[in-house]
Write a protein that binds this ligand. Structure first.
Ligand SMILES: [Zn+2]
Length: 601
């Protein structure tokens, strides 16, 4: 039996009320009563979000007559059984007011959606091809709206909606449901710019007010995209790629897809005409673009076994996010260095900053990377005041493991007859064996490939780095590369051992670090600091007060817990860790230049 397509239509029915109307027509519904469900989560963002909570109305009809729908759980509906050969259409109204890369958003200025927020899954027909009519909002106010997406327009077909022209409303298609929900869609009056990377058309659609220097942006992105395509090997795995950028006053986020990415940034992160060099904000934005683009291979195609078929109803646990998010975090900035967008000095600063971020969290001594990956759903994605004490980031420490493994492979195979091996070779082999074939990556895959290519024994490396909680021996690993890891305590002020947030003139503790001076003194997250040695603490005075004291000094602290005043003695900690430096020795070093290029140090 040939699969008949599932036909969807989506229309911004009421932009002012943030409502999309979405229909789903099934030509051959399950005779026992077709079931429909909306995903509980969106691949790439490991948190149960229950998108069905934004369905405000749902109804079904067949042959012009209403059909009863019974809701069977939080996101599943079952239609009544129908006579054979009757098509069934379910229509729902979806509230869209989540301006993030993970949800759906609609107002009079634009619409954005992920398929996971709007398209019902037809249970049992997930492999059927999908068509979707993307329809414009009604009214002349919206005459200038167009569409940006990596979904493929259906060409040369007449019918309702009609074939979509480039960036037009109309009919688009996906091979199956999995693909349908992997192409977010932006509609509105976005700025559009295009470039080619290794012959592949790339688009950048920017929504929101901005003054982006498009020429500069596309020139830099082109370099990064071409480097990555060549890194894994031509041809690129996608026919077209789209950067969907939403620029706001203050925001940061990205989500990867197979042929596009949705990005949220601050408009000040974008380059402007006449900008000098690569300011930090723009570097961060390019790093984000590079990160999501690298995922086109590493997680969208090279996948942990648990993601080969997503279970969209519940958490999909894998112990491997350190390899997919951490390794991607390692290569995102490395791509900026290797394309010359940033210097070797910039890159070493970024790597040191990442090291500090890991070292600052006592959670690294409690949770392994494999555990952090597995529990992403309930821990990393649900942070609270204790997260720094209990959780290690599989992004930040995963990137350190990538660095450590890269250094281990490079140093261990230097001058060997079998040839010089690096993490780059491991990534390419992962791509050939798992990305191109669709075979999932298991817990031991990366070690097996790294050992096979290098001839090194890496059992201990992986046991310690991925399943252990001890700090990685980076200083030792960096030595053969002529790079010293220096901790510069300098003249820095002592520390309370806390993370603070400020609200107006108030200093509130957001985290009390495990084993810190503040913990020993009895302070807790949520406490509001009032005075140090009898002098009022404000966000501006706290650092100045601490700067005049030495580690080991005892101070008296007044604080409010709820509305009760507490007084305690606190013995100050050494300065907090935020001062690692990676310093090249300035001598020629073939290992280092093979790794980071000859670039100015
Ligand atoms: Zn990522």
């Amino acid at each position: 039996m040939k699969n008949t397509p599932i036909r969807y239509a989506i229309r911004p029915a009421d932009p002012a009320a943030h409502l999309f109307e979405v229909s789903c027509r099934v030509d051959r519904p399950d005779p026992a009563g077709q079931r429909f469900a909306l995903p509980a989560w969106i691949p790439g963002s490991y948190l149960i979000r229950d998108f069905a909570r934004h369905i405000v109305a749902i109804k079904a009809e067949a042959g012009g007559k209403p059909v009863t729908l019974q809701k069977t759980d939080k996101h599943t509906w079952q239609a009544e059984a129908l006579p054979a050969k009757q098509a069934l259409t379910v229509t729902c109204t979806v509230y869209a007011w989540d301006l993030s890369v993970r949800g759906a958003h609609l107002d009079r200025t634009h619409g954005f959606f992920n398929g996971t927020s709007v398209f019902l899954r037809v249970l049992g027909q997930e492999e059927a091809p999908c068509q979707v009519d993307i329809l414009p909002p009604l009214g002349k106010d919206y005459a200038g709206w167009r569409v940006a997406t990596a979904l493929e327009p259906v060409r040369g077909e007449k019918g309702k909606g009609g074939a979509a022209k480039a960036h037009g409303f109309g009919r688009y298609a996906a091979a199956n449901y999995d693909e349908l929900i992997d192409h977010p869609v932006e509609m509105g009056t976005f700025t559009l710019t295009t470039f080619k990377a290794c012959g592949i058309p790339h688009e950048v659609a920017i929504t929101g007010r901005h003054d982006c220097d498009l020429k500069r942006l596309t020139a830099d992105l082109k370099k990064i995209c071409e480097w990555q395509i060549r890194f894994f090997g031509e041809p690129a795995p996608m026919k077209k790629y789209v950067f969907l950028v939403t620029a706001v006053g203050d925001g940061y986020g990205g989500l990867e897809h197979r042929a596009s990415t949705a990005l949220l940034c601050s408009r000040d992160d974008l380059p402007y005409a006449g900008m000098d060099g690569v300011p930090e904000r723009y570097r961060t934005f390019l790093g984000l673009c590079s990160h999501e683009y690298f995922h086109t291979w590493n997680v969208k195609r090279i996948k942990p076994a648990a993601f080969v078929r997503y279970d969209l109803d519940r958490e999909n646990h894998t112990t491997l996010l350190w390899a997919f998010e951490g390794f991607t975090s390692y290569y995102d900035d490395l791509a900026l260095l290797r394309t010359g967008v940033i210097t070797q000095k910039d890159w070493l600063e970024l790597a040191a900053k990442n090291l500090d971020a890991v070292l600052r969290g006592p959670g690294r001594l409690t949770q392994s990377l494999a555990e952090s990956s597995f529990d992403a759903w309930s821990k990393y994605y649900r942070p609270d005041e204790n997260t720094p004490n209990a959780v290690v980031s599989y992004y930040a420490k995963g990137a350190l493991v990538a660095l450590a493994l890269d250094l281990t492979l490079r140093a261990g195979t230097q001058g060997k007859r079998s040839g010089h091996v690096s993490l780059d070779d491991v990534m390419r082999t992962l791509w050939q064996r798992h990305g191109q074939t669709g075979i999932g990556v298991d817990d031991g895959t990366i070690r097996t490939i790294a050992e096979e290519l290098s001839g090194l024994k890496l059992k201990r490396f992986f046991a310690e780095a991925v399943h252990g909680t001890a700090d990685l021996p980076l200083a030792k690993l960096l030595k053969p590369f002529g790079i010293a890891l220096v901790r510069d305590a300098g003249a820095k002020a002592p520390s309370l051992g806390v993370k603070t947030g400020s609200d107006g003139n108030e200093v509130r503790l957001t985290t009390v670090y495990r084993g810190s001076a503040a913990e020993a003194a009895g302070l807790s997250a949520g406490d509001v600091l009032v005075a140090l040695d009898g002098l009022r603490i404000t966000p501006t005075t706290l650092d100045r007060q601490l700067a005049r004291r030495r580690p080991g000094d005892t101070v008296s602290i007044h604080a409010f817990r709820r509305d009760e005043l507490l007084c305690c003695k606190l013995r100050l900690d050494p300065p907090s860790i935020d001062s690692s430096k990676l310093i090249p020795d300035g001598k020629p070093n073939p290992l280092r230049s093979q790794w980071l290029g000859k670039g100015k140090a």
